[in-house]
Write a protein that binds this ligand. Sequence first.
Ligand SMILES: Nc1ncnc2c1ncn2[C@@H]1O[C@H](COP(=O)(O)OP(=O)(O)OP(=O)(O)O)[C@@H](O)[C@H]1O
Length: 250
Amino acid sequence: MSLIEIEHVTRRFGGLLAVDDVTTRVEDGELVGVIGPNGAGKTTLFNLISGFTPLSAGAVRFKGEAITGLKPHKIAARGMSRTFQNLRVFPNMSVFDNVSVGAVGAMGQSAFGAVFGGARRSDAISARTWAALERVGLTAEAEELAANLSYGKRKYLEIARALAMEPDLLILDEPAAGLNDSETAELARFIRSLNAAGMAIMLVEHDMNLVMGICSRVVVLASGRKIADAEPAAVRADPVVLEAYLGVED
Ligand SMILES: Nc1ncnc2c1ncn2[C@@H]1O[C@H](COP(=O)(O)OP(=O)(O)OP(=O)(O)O)[C@@H](O)[C@H]1O
C-alpha cells in the first residue's frame, strides 16, 4: 500500500480540464517533485489531494483509506499538511500563535483557541508548536509579530505551521518562490533533512535545479495531463518533457 494513491484524478473548470486523468502514487518516505509549465495544473492537483477543491472525477486514497470528498481539516487531521503558493500568514499574530494553529488543527480542536488566547493552549499544542519552531529555527522569534519577519522567515513560518501537524505527508507549493540562490540552497538542505528524518514530501516548484537536485522522482504535468513520472535523470532526458517546456512561453 502506498502512502497516497492518486487515481484518475480530474478537475474541470467550465470547459477547461485543469487536471486530466492523473494517476500517481507517493510511497512512505519518498520525496516527489511535481513540475510543469505555467497553468499545467500543479496547484490544482495539490488542491484536489488536500481537499481544497472538489474532484470532477477520480479518487484519492491516503494510508489505504478513501479521502475523496473530505474537508481539508479532516484530511489534515489524518496526517497530510500543506503550504500555499501565496503565503497565508496572519501578520498581526505572533509567530508562536501562527504555528499553533497547525498544532490545534492536527489535534481536532477549534482554531479559536489558538487564535484568541494563551489560556486555551494545551501543553500538547504548546509542545508541538515549539518542536515545529525549533525545526525551522524560529524559536528566538516566537513572540514576534509575524509581520515583522523577513519574507524568507515567513516562508519557514508557514512550513512550521504545516510541521506542527506532525504530518506523514507534507505538501509544499512553490516554497522557493521569491527566494534568492543562497536561500534556495538552504531551503533545499532543509527539505532534504525533513525527508531524511522520514517524512514523505510532495513538492511543486518552478526551480528546476531544486527539484532535480533533491527529489527521487519527478512527476511532470502539461495541460493537466501527466506526461512523465520517473527519476530526475530520465525526466531531464525525456523528449516529451522538453517539447512541453519548449512549446509553452514561460
Ligand atoms: N478556480 C479556478 N477557476 C477556473 N480556472 C482555474 C481555477 N484554478 C485554476 N484554474 C485554471 O486551471 C489551469 C491550471 O492552473 P494551476 O494553477 O493548477 O496551474 P499550475 O501548474 O499550478 O500553474 P503555475 O505554475 O502558474 O502556478 C489554469 O489554466 C488555470 O487558469
